[in-house]
Structure formats: C-alpha cells, structure tokens
Design a protein around this ligand. Structure first.
Ligand code: HEC
Length: 112
C-alpha cells in the first residue's frame, strides 16, 4: 500500500466555504449599572417576586437579584433554558435587548 498520494493531495476547497458566524454577546462597551436593568425587573418580575416573594425572591432587592444571578437561575429562567421555569411566568419571553442587558450587567460584575 502506498501513502504517496497523501503528500500531493491538497485540500483547498474548505477555505472557500463561508465561516459559520456564531453571534457572541459583546458586553465590553456597555458600562451597565443596576439602573440600566432595574426597570426590566420592575415591569416584568416584581409583581410576583416583590413583596409576594415567589420562589423566595424579592427583586426589589439587588441582593436577591445577585443571588439569582450567581446561582444561574436568573439567566436560566429568562433565557428559557431547559430545566428552568420560564420567566416571566404567564407572559411572553423578555425581548432580546432586555435579556442582553441583564446578561451584560451580570458579565460586567453586577455594578450598582
Ligand atoms: C406571574 C408571577 C411571576 C412573574 C411575573 C415572574 N415569576 Fe419568576 N417565578 C414565579 C413562580 C411561581 C416561581 C416558582 C417556580 C415555578 O414553579 O414556576 C418562580 C421562580 C423563579 C425563579 C427561581 C427558579 C428556580 O429554578 O428556582 C427565578 C430566578 C425567577 N422566577 C425569576 C423571574 C424573573 C427574572 C422574572 C421577570 C423577568 C420573573 N421571575 C417573573 C412567578 C413569577
């Protein structure tokens, strides 16, 4: 068996294929503070996760929002990831801009 053909065979076709673009969230210039995301929670979450404290969360409190962010439940629920209850409950999913804001606020260290 000869392996000589391997040396002459050049694969060039692959370079002509357009690269698959996987969108990556860019949070580098967002400079978000809690004020940037607070209205999202006020509008969509505190009716249940406020004084009622559903699931043990009061999202009037940044401490509770941080807790949900750190244990993964916040993004899991708003992004409707498998294994998480879909939030906001009994409503449509948050718009992409709002989800990105929350994700970037977390990625940038959850600044006040
Ligand atoms: C209509 C009431 C309601 C609204 C509005 C609501 N939630 Fe919930 N949420 C619940 C209930 C009830 C649970 C308990 C889990 C379940 O059985 O669905 C829960 C659970 C959660 C949990 C815990 C999930 C877990 O796995 O422990 C998080 C985090 C959460 N909600 C975040 C949010 C966020 C963020 C919003 C706003 C975008 C929101 N919720 C809006 C009722 C609500």
């Amino acid at each position: 068996m000869s392996v000589a053909s391997c040396k002459t065979k050049k694969e060039t076709a692959k370079t002509e294929v357009a690269p698959v673009v996987i969108p990556v969230l860019d949070c580098s210039t967002s400079g978000l503070t809690f004020a940037s995301v607070q209205s999202i929670f006020d509008k969509n979450c505190v009716s249940c996760h406020g004084y009622r404290g559903d699931a043990g969360y009061n999202f009037f409190s940044t401490a509770d929002i941080r807790r949900a962010a750190k244990n993964g439940n916040l993004l899991g629920t708003v992004k409707w990831h498998k294994g998480y209850p879909k939030m906001p409950a009994q409503a449509n999913q948050l718009d992409k801009v709002s989800i990105n804001l929350i994700e970037c606020w977390i990625a940038n260290g959850m600044k006040e």
